[in-house]
Design a protein around this ligand. Structure first.
Ligand code: GDP
Ligand code: MN
Length: 425
């Protein structure tokens, strides 16, 4: 799912007419101080990462002065939460919170429902899984007509909202429900939304996730990749998404794995299918090699798609080898992989003579596939040919992660020694 950070979600909520605290995002302590000055008065400083439980993680804090906001921003921007660096903080007017509530709109996938569903609770602010079931109220929403005021009032009444506040809550929830639909959300969770001292309701937090299949309808969102990503998309992520987005024939997944181009030991990683990918990582981990990227060409993709994934994988700068990890007896016809790899390696290896490539391909049409690889690459695989470090394996090594890892490592060592001696000579 394409997820928004809190500040982005709140921007869209505000544009849709929802009450959101006055705020501004900042990327540095200086910007944070400036934002706090612009707001005037006490502020909340909130680290922006794609993770819940930020309060507990110590990246939601309150400041009385702009100077204090600056210091807190500095502290929060230096943190990493659940592996994600905090790159931005949201500076918001501090709310005078009287009570915190929970609401979310999600898709109810139950067979008899298959519709959006509202969840509402008066126990806001905490992890919703820890709220007692009896205090969480659910309502399926007719996708045709949307959330009706009388239904919202009904839910709020059950939850114990005071009669005088019912129309205020119903109006808040129905407005939110319209935005849920308008923005094609998969999830829209406001935890907490709060009532302030003067009785107003505000969205104090926002988790907005857009349905991947609908991202194209919202160019304004500026979502480059309609897929769940841990952080900002890298160039490889964008290339990978371009392959997937334009060709629906099988999977051609490709994404960055936190590849750091300067440190040694990274290889281009091209597993076939999820199970295979795990075994391939075992193979690499066992010998101390690292995957620069994650890929997956399964679901019987055509050779053209596999070719694009393999080419992008092999084009990563400074990788030391390439692993085609078909550690499973695939049901797809593997000769598409064989054709794709012959074309890619014939194009790429003249630029990287002697580059290590271990190709493991098993499963349907295996014999034909290995034959395509061997004959297609034969002239390059001579002892001093540009493909001299290509090794091709089939079913006899289908689960042999240790062997495959060791072969790749041995080739990588040879290659790096060769490069060093070339430089010296
Ligand atoms: P989460 O922990 O990642 O869900 O982050 P939230 O945005 O939900 O913030 C956690 C808690 O911080 C909320 O439940 C509030 O109690 C508190 N909080 C967040 N924003 C404000 C604010 O503007 N004013 C006050 N007083 N408390 C806030
Ligand atoms: Mn929250």
């Amino acid at each position: 799912m394409a997820k928004f950070l809190e500040y982005q979600g709140k921007e869209w909520l505000a544009k849709g007419g929802m009450p959101v605290p006055k705020g501004r995002v900042a990327s540095s302590p200086e910007e944070a101080e400036e934002a706090a000055r612009w707001i005037g008065g006490p502020v909340a400083v909130k680290g922006q990462v794609q993770a819940g439980g930020r309060g507990k993680a110590g990246i939601v804090k309150l400041a009385d002065t702009p100077e204090e906001a600056r210091a807190l921003a500095e502290e929060i921007l230096a943190k990493t939460v659940k592996g994600l660096p905090v790159e931005k903080v949201l500076i918001e007017e501090k709310l005078d919170i009287k009570k915190e509530y929970y609401c979310s709109f999600v898709i109810n996938n139950a067979r008899e429902a298959r519709c959006p569903m509202l969840m509402f609770s008066t126990e806001g602010g905490m992890d919703i899984e820890s709220v007692d079931e009896s205090l969480l109220f659910r309502l399926n929403i007719d996708p045709q007509y949307g959330l009706q005021s009388y239904d919202a009032i009904d839910v709020c009444t059950q939850a114990g909202i005071a009669p005088a506040d019912l129309s205020k809550f119903a109006s808040f929830l129905t407005k939110l429900s319209k935005l849920y639909k308008k923005y094609d959300c998969q999830t829209l969770e406001i935890n907490p939304f709060v009532m302030t001292g003067d009785g107003s309701l505000y969205c104090a937090d926002c988790k907005m996730e857009i349905d991947n299949s609908a991202v194209f309808r919202h160019p304004d969102f500026g979502i480059k990749i309609a897929r769940d990503l841990p952080g900002q998309p890298t160039d490889l992520d964008v290339i990978g998404w371009g392959i997937e987005e334009t060709d629906a024939r099988g999977t051609g997944f490709l994404m960055n794995m936190g590849y750091d181009e300067v440190s040694p030991g990274y290889v281009g990683y091209h597993p076939i299918g999820g199970g295979s990918a795990m075994m391939g990582l075992d193979a690499l981990n066992a010998v101390g090699l690292k995957a620069a990227n994650y890929a997956d060409t399964s679901g019987n993709p055509v050779a053209a798609k596999i070719y694009r994934v393999a080419k992008a994988t092999l084009s990563q700068p400074n990788i030391e080898g390439y692993l085609l990890g078909g550690f499973m007896m695939a049901n797809q016809e593997q000769w598409h992989h064989a054709h794709a790899l012959v074309k890619v390696l014939r194009e790429m290896l003249p630029k990287k003579p002697g580059f290590p490539c271990v190709l493991l391909l098993c499963g349907n049409r295996e014999d034909e596939s290995l034959e395509i690889l061997r004959t297609g690459l034969a002239d390059m695989m001579t002892p001093d040919g540009i493909g001299r470090r290509i090794e091709i394996y089939g079913r006899e090594h289908v689960t042999d992660t240790k062997f495959i890892g060791e072969r790749l490592l041995a080739l990588c060592k040879e290659y790096s020694a060769e490069k060093t001696s070339q430089k010296a000579g």
